[in-house]
Design a protein around this ligand. Structure first.
Ligand SMILES: Cc1ncc(COP(=O)(O)O)c(C=O)c1O
Length: 450
């Protein structure tokens, strides 16, 4: 059936109206159900999308119709609780009123979306200033004092960091041989070729570098690899919570040792906070864990899922690239930067509730791991970035499938050898009611797994 734009528009409005007019309690009671009269049986198929983006598959009604807060309705009118904040980026859920209003006001005041030029409007400069403060909470004199912000996703910012690390390596020239990048097994730093090389792709094409991969949290191995390569180490990369490897928490102690190792050989310590950043009261994990890296990569949560904006915070000594060589041609997304500023205000205003609620998620998951010890190995992660590690991949996949059937949108990592986890990253609107609902639902689904 082909439906008109008008029909699609009406369906979206009806869905939004439905979500806005029901309380959290009402919505939680109906999660997983079809909402009568809210559907848009859209025939638009996805054949022109690449196959890795669902292209070529028939439209089964499961695509997104409209969202509000942590809930969304699919095109076939099924209600979901989104436990992953979109794909880990909608800090305040779907269309949070405070940020939507801020956008409206900002446009009226003359803030532009993106002039993509190097005459930045006030919000871009203001955001740089605010980020500098958060990044240096634990810093001494050697501060992260440069910030590159651009209209792009996290992958570009990771690529910019890698280019700067190479430039600095060439500049200091005290290592003999190709530069070494120490990375964690299971790393993910985006889709640029260089970053993909860090996770084993393009070996024959991205050459003349050494990628040394270590197991997260193995301090002995870390010392050994730094000792082996010495000043040839250009950089050490880590994500504090490996949301791309079963929510492994990279221990603060391990990161502090990595800090010392980097200092001992002159390597850049680069922390990818694209996942962890903004999801905590002190904004960055490095501040929470009390160390200061040489570079911090940010993205995703910074604009809470509005216009993509990413950035790189770094120390002046890495400021070696020319204009047009670093992130994107110019950048200058004032409105996105403004959204980021208002979102930071919200994080600051709610700082006191963020840590206890994050802990509530983790405690709930820990109790599940204890209670269902026959199925689960352990709870993983930190705060809102949480996971449950299953003993067997097929149980993790079956659990994931059952959660989706029950309207609980979560992710599974069980497609690579040895991976058998499910992951959640609730948005900040998640309160005690939502967290407890999630833990109870998981408990019931785990009980059904036998
Ligand atoms: C840790 C990490 N780094 C980099 C990226 C790449 O960011 P983007 O998809 O916004 O380009 C992601 C995306 O999921 C990520 O999780």
């Amino acid at each position: 059936m082909t439906i008109s734009t008008q029909q699609r528009w009406s369906a979206m409005k009806a869905a939004t109206q439905y979500l806005q007019s029901h309380s959290t309690k009402d919505l939680l009671e109906r999660v997983g159900q079809r909402v009568p009269d809210v559907a848009c049986c859209d025939s638009t198929d996805k054949q022109f999308l690449p196959s890795s983006y669902g292209g070529g598959r028939p439209n089964d009604g499961g695509d997104f119709l409209a969202g509000h807060g942590l809930f969304y309705l699919t095109e076939e009118g099924r209600l979901f609780l989104d436990c992953t904040s979109g794909h880990y980026q909608m800090l305040w859920g779907y269309n949070p009123p405070a940020l939507c209003e801020a956008i409206h006001e900002a446009q009226q005041a003359g803030i532009v979306w993106d002039n993509h030029s190097n005459i930045p409007q006030w919000p871009v400069k203001q955001l740089a200033q605010r980020l500098e403060t958060y990044a240096n909470i634990a810093a001494g004199e050697d501060r992260l004092d440069k910030i590159l912000i651009g209209v792009c996703t996290g992958s570009s910012a990771c690529a910019a960091a890698l280019k700067m690390q190479l430039s600095y390596y060439e500049h200091r020239r005290d290592g003999e041989g190709p530069p070494v990048f120490i990375v964690l097994e299971g790393n993910y730093h985006g889709t640029d070729m260089f970053a993909q090389r860090l996770r084993g792709m393009w070996r024959d094409y991205v050459t003349n570098i050494v990628v040394a991969t270590v197991e997260p949290n193995d301090i002995e191995e870390l010392h050994a690899i730094f000792e082996r390569y010495g000043p040839r180490v250009a950089a050490f990369w880590a994500e504090p919570v490996m949301m791309n490897r079963e929510a492994i928490l990279v221990q603060p102690e391990y990161l502090r040792v990595a800090r010392e190792c980097c200092d001992s050989v002159g390597a850049a310590m680069c922390i990818d906070e694209i996942q962890t950043g903004f999801w905590q009261p002190r904004i960055f994990s490095s501040a929470e864990f009390d160390f200061t890296p040489d570079m911090i990569v940010v993205g995703k949560g910074m604009t809470a899922g509005f216009h993509p904006l990413s950035g790189l915070l770094f120390k002046s000594r890495y400021d070696l690239l020319e204009q047009y060589d670093a992130l994107n041609t110019n950048g200058g997304a004032a409105l996105a930067s403004y959204v980021a500023l208002r979102s930071l205000d919200l994080v600051e205003a709610q700082a006191d509730r963020i840590a206890p609620l994050g802990e509530r998620v983790m405690n709930g998951f820990r109790k599940l791991a204890e209670k269902h010890a026959d199925l689960l190995v352990e709870a993983r992660g930190h705060g809102y970035l949480a996971g449950l590690k299953f003993k067997r991949d097929k149980d993790a996949l079956a659990f994931h499938q059952r959660a989706l059937e029950n309207g609980i949108w979560i992710r599974a990592h069980a497609y690579h050898a040895g991976h058998s986890a499910i992951l959640t990253k609730l948005g900040m609107p998640a309160d005690e009611t939502i967290i407890d609902f999630l833990v109870e639902r998981f408990d019931a689904l785990l009980a059904q797994s036998r």
